[in-house]
Ligand binder design. Structure first.
Ligand code: LMR
Length: 398
């Protein structure tokens, strides 16, 4: 049977990370996959997360099934983290949260919900968007089309082009918006621009579908949830795919949430039942461990404040690394002005160099970034920054 199986190419992000792992170059630097690394190049477990995990395990007396929608404590607290207490209370049973295997699980479950209610649905994604959005969402049955977003020439969002492109989306379609820290560009909208975009989304009666995987990595936990909260206050229906991989550092635990807000309680209950049914026919129910940790942590004030201050440190370290990269590159060469790097938000930004230069950095120096020129800012360190600046300046000055 399997002689007919076609060998598929590796995933553009995970595959490059594997190539990096196999590279024998002792000086190699990994700026590919979005994983936070500290000054020692390690991806540590947040102290508050480690404590919550120990307490969770100590109190756990069974490995029997958890509720199918996931840990109720997790669902409640992740809703509050995303939307804030006031909105959660106002929404009541118009809000439903289902724990999912990571942000990908959440994206997939929402995609299945959307296909079940509107089989011909078209989902509009930004140009560019996270590479995995296409296979993940298309294979669920959605048709994907693109709206204008980032301009490589401006090294920023082309806001006029974006608005014009949104105005042309047929009424009733679905629009995928990165809640914060746009992946792969790091180019975000400011609150005023969000307001304008959401006005168009409302006017065109589009369904806003937020993907938020970096809450707390941009400007802060509340600031990064601005667009989602604003959309929910403005529109009757909003769906959100959330990931805890980055802000709780729970990458391998596969922890996320599908969040739906509908016009009334009946619709919300029905939408939730569709998500549970989609889960049942694929993985049945989400792994519990990561959600159990997050639920426990967010229900303990001391652990929550410890986690928030750790998250603040991660964000400010990434911010100073990106500023140092921009300044270092500007000092080392004069062909390109890299000020735009310092404006980016979150884990990623485009370096904006040529694809050939990306490949040279990889083959000659063992510096790995995606062909799109996306770098993982959290892969920079105080130690590797001077080398990266020197090598990038070298390749662009040739
Ligand atoms: C990334 O974009 O590098 C991360 O979201 C990890 C992944 O799964 O691609």
């Amino acid at each position: 049977m399997f002689e007919h199986a076609q060998q598929l190419p590796p995933d553009p992000i995970l595959g490059l990370n594997q190539t990096f792992q196999k590279d024998p170059n002792p000086d190699k630097i990994n700026l590919s996959v979005g994983v936070y690394q500290n000054a020692q190049g390690q991806t540590p477990i947040f102290t508050a997360v480690k404590k919550a995990e120990s307490e969770l395990l100590a109190a756990q007396h069974t490995k029997s099934y958890a509720p199918q929608a996931g840990d109720p404590q997790f669902n409640e607290s992740i809703g509050r983290l995303l939307l804030g207490d006031t909105l959660v209370e106002q929404l009541g049973d118009r809000l439903a949260t289902v724990m999912t295997p990571g942000g990908c699980g959440a994206l997939r479950m929402i995609a299945e919900l959307l296909v079940s209610v509107r089989p011909t649905a078209t989902l509009w994604v930004s140009t560019p968007t996270w590479a995995n959005h296409f296979p993940l969402l298309q294979s669920a049955g959605l048709t994907l089309k693109e709206y204008a977003y980032y301009s490589p020439e401006l090294h920023a969002v082309d806001f006029d082009a974006m608005k014009a492109s949104l105005m042309a989306i047929p009424q009733g379609d679905i629009i995928l918006l990165h809640g914060c820290c746009h992946n792969p560009t790091g180019a975000d909208l400011n609150p005023q621009q969000w307001q304008e975009v959401l006005d168009i989304v409302k006017q065109r009666e589009l369904l806003p579908f937020f993907d938020i995987a970096y809450q707390g990595f941009g400007d802060g936990l509340n600031e990064d949830a601005f667009a989602i909260r604003e959309a929910i206050s403005m529109m009757p229906e909003v769906v959100v795919a959330n990931s805890c991989s980055k802000n709780f550092g729970l990458y391998r635990e596969r922890t996320g949430a599908a969040v739906v807000v509908c016009e009334n309680e009946r619709d919300t209950a029905a939408a939730k039942s569709q998500i549970l049914s989609a889960a049942r026919r694929s993985y049945s129910m989400s792994p519990y461990h990561g959600g159990g940790i997050v639920g426990h942590l967010l229900n303990d004030q001391a652990l929550t404040s410890e986690w928030k201050s750790e998250l603040d440190q991660v964000r400010s370290r990434m911010n100073s690394l990106r500023v140092n990269l921009a300044e270092g590159l500007n000092t080392a060469q004069s062909a390109v002005n890299f000020d735009f790097l310092a404006q980016s938000k979150g884990m990623f930004c485009f370096l904006g160099i040529e694809k050939e230069q990306v490949l040279t950095l990889r083959s000659e120096f063992g510096i790995y970034l995606l062909e799109s020129t996306r770098i993982n800012v959290a892969g920079l360190s105080e130690q590797n920054l001077p080398v990266i600046i020197e090598r990038v300046s070298d390749v662009i000055s040739r």
